[in-house]
Structure formats: structure tokens, C-alpha cells
Design a protein around this ligand. Sequence first.
Ligand code: BES
Ligand code: ZN
Ligand code: ZN
Length: 491
Amino acid sequence: MSPAIVHAKAVPAASELVAIPVTTAEGTPEALEALGLPAAGLAAQGFAGKVDQLAFATRSDGRNVIVIGLGEAKDIDTNGLRRAAARIARASGRVKSVALPLLDAVPELSGNALAEAARAIAEGAGLGAYRFDEFRSAAAKPVLSRIVVVGRGGQKVAEAVAEGAQIAAAQNFARDLVNRPGGSLTPKALAAEAVKIARREKLKITVLGPKEIAERRLGGLLGVNRGSTQEPRFVEMAYEPASPTGTLALVGKGITFDSGGLSIKSGEGMMTMKMDMGGAAAVLGFFAAVRAVAPKCRVVGYMPMTDNMSNGDATRPGDVLTMRDGTTVEVLNTDAEGRLILADALCLASEAKPDAIVDLATLTGAVEVALGSRIAAVLSNDENWRTTVQSAADRSGERMWPLPLPDDYRPFIDSDVADLRNISKSKGGGTMTAGLFLKEFVAAGIPWAHIDIAGTAWWAEGDDAEFSKGGTGYGVRLLLELARTFSPPRR
Ligand code: BES
Ligand code: ZN
Ligand code: ZN
């Protein structure tokens, strides 16, 4: 069980551990002494209140404390508070309860800004406490059962803390899905997770199996699934508030394992390919917290699900697929499968005429070459919508950076035998040519943004604040923020 995360105005007497936020100005020996902290001991550990510094100590009143550095007071923002809370929660694994009076570090905040800070602290606490132990035979039960976000503020702050806790839980759910191996989380099992969420959150859901997928002529999904013994699924989910202010469509790539197909990946290249459903996981994570955030717009999710395998009748390089809208695609590399299943999903999304579309996909290794594993790429057919998506990501603390969709690169995906080919003729720019391919399937006039999360869906380094090894749940928070603030973009 993950710890309960609650708000209190003062540090509860029962808290086993108390976090003490310390800025660099407060990190001097004199200032630490004034806070009742053992200055010499902390100095010996190199603690000076710098960002991310953390140390355990006993305060003069006998309290066990965890000191967390926040850097310069003027630079503290919600992302920094989320980060600090995550570090504390992770470091508090061995106590039953911890109190986080981090709002004290931002005395100037009030109203909405205070509530947002409280929400970010709760998010960080929930994310930092995350463990993935499903496959350990003897996982020690986590001891930490209660995290108290301490600080001024009434009902509004308490509600923000509760909301932050639910957002973190939804993001952790997405991390669980990404971390579950391809042999366990089959397309059928992933669709079953969607059904569970839909029941809990009272959402409309349609799950298409092989027969319905064929009836709807989802040729991309069928073509990718052809090499697998696992059945494909196509999941459509919808959140419908009373009088919606518009419709937002979310599309998520749901490749439960990507072997590359006949254009097979290397052993090394396949090791993390259980994460290739990170886009669908983000969309499902969004729906898992949709009632907590209660957006005023309708939100419809489209998730094509299959693995990409290479049995005796797998799609062969050179095969031509006919997508949902009749476009024919020459498959020259079966490892460029994401765009094939997304093409059908974007057609279906477009047919429903939403006010805007966002897709999330672990689409190209090239995006990690360009931006690394902390920053996603955003590509769009509409500048205005792109900046809206990007600013939601700025607020949620998930980083992204734009790449263009250059018209003169479009001929690189012209085929000699069909309407399109699924890989570029030209070297380089793989994230952009993949984006140009997707763009072909978005109906003209619908603002659309494609977020390539191949780098950001997975974190391979060690624990770092809200990140731990494995699935990151990238996208859950930004989709919730985007829906919460959505109004149909002007065209
Ligand atoms: N799922 C991969 C992309 C990926 C790579 C995700 C690394 C995460 C980490 C995708 O299906 C793929 O294999 N893309 C190919 C496209 C190429 C064949 C044009 C790639 O990026 O190499
Ligand atoms: Zn692939
Ligand atoms: Zn893939």
C-alpha cells in the first residue's frame, strides 16, 4: 500500500520524522544552530542548504529530523517543492510517518499559488514513495504509511493536497503499467486495466477485439499484430462532464512489447521495450485521476494495443497495409510500427471531430539522441495549440521542447509503390519524419500535437527525486493539467 498523504496546519506530535526545509541563507552554521540543528555535524556531511542536499539529524528538542536543501529562497518554485518532497518521501522509507512543512519555505504565497504549491508537494511525496515490487519474492513491506503536508491554509489547501495525492497515485499506476513485462502485460491485460479504471471512474469504454478491429479496417494495427500470437485490442474511453466546454482527444501508443518484428532489434535494444506502451499508460493514468481533477471538457482516449512480434506470418518488409482512411503504406521497416497503429487511432480520433488532439508515443530512438531522457519533443500542426500544450507541461513540471514538421521533408516518406512508406529515405531527423507521417492521418483543421516520449517514458539512471529506475509515468500530470485548463483553441 502506498502511504496516505494528508494536510495538517501544524506538525502532528505523532510524526516520527519531520522534514526541515533549509535555504542556502539558512545553511550557515549560525543559522542552522538557530534552528536547533547540529551545525557541526551537518557541516561535516557537507550540508549547506543547496538544492537536493539531504541529511538526517536530531534537533535540540529531541525530534528526529530530515534536513532538505532548497537552494536560494528566491529560486524556489513549485517544481522545486515537488522535487524536495519526493526526495524526503524516498528517504523516509524506514519510518511510519513523516511531516513535510515545506510550505513554510514559501511564506509569500497565498490563494491559488499556495494551493498549487501544496498540490505539487503532495504529488512529489506520492511519487517519491513509489516502489515496484510486484515481481520480488520477498519484498519488505514498506513501513511509511502516512505523509503529512504541513502548512497554513484551509479547505482549499487540504483539497489541493488530496488532489495531488490522487495525481501521484495515477502517475504511479502508469509507472506500474510500464514496468510490467511484455509477457505479463499483454494487449488483453492492458485493455483489462482500462476497463477497471473505467468502472472505478464511471467512464464510457469500448474495447475492440480482432473481429471489430478488422470490421473497422484498422489496417495498421492488424498489420503490426500479424506477427503475434496475442490478440490486439483497441480501447476507446470517454469522460463526459455535465455541460462540456469542448472535446479533447488523447491518443496513446500501446505496444506492449516491441521486438522490432522481422526488422528485429538487437538484444540490447529490446531490453527496455516493455515500455513501448508508455503513451497508452499516460492516457490511462490521466483517466485514473480524471474525477479528482474534474475537467469541464469532454475527454476521449484512443489506445491501439498490440505487441510487435515476428512469427511465421509476420508483416514482411515490403508489405503494403491499408490504413483506416484508405491510405496505403509500404512497410519497409517493421520496427517503425508505432506510426502504423497511431495512424488508425488518429483517423478514428479525427472522425469524431474533437476540438484538439494530443498523442503521446514512445515513437523514435532519435528523440533521445536529440533531447535525452528528461525532455520530450512536441511537434504540431498548430503553433497556438503547441504552446498551450507546452505551457501545461511547464506547469506540471514535465519538460518538452518543440521540433518542426518541415514541408520539404515530407517527400522523404513518399513510397515507390504505395501512398507512403513507413521510414524516411533520408538519414537523420527521424523524430520529424515520424511526425510528418502521423500528420497525414489528422483531419485538416484539427489542432494536433504529437509528443514523442521515447526518451522520457523510461528512466535508466538511479533514484533522483521523483524519478526512479524504470517507467516514469511521463505525461499523466501534463494531460491532467491540459484538460483542467482546456478551452477549444482558436483556429
Ligand atoms: N519503440 C521504438 C522507439 C524507441 C526506441 C522507444 C528507444 C524507446 C527507446 C520504435 O518503435 C522504433 O523502433 N523506432 C525506430 C524507427 C526507425 C526504424 C525508423 C527507431 O527509432 O529506431
Ligand atoms: Zn519499433
Ligand atoms: Zn515501438
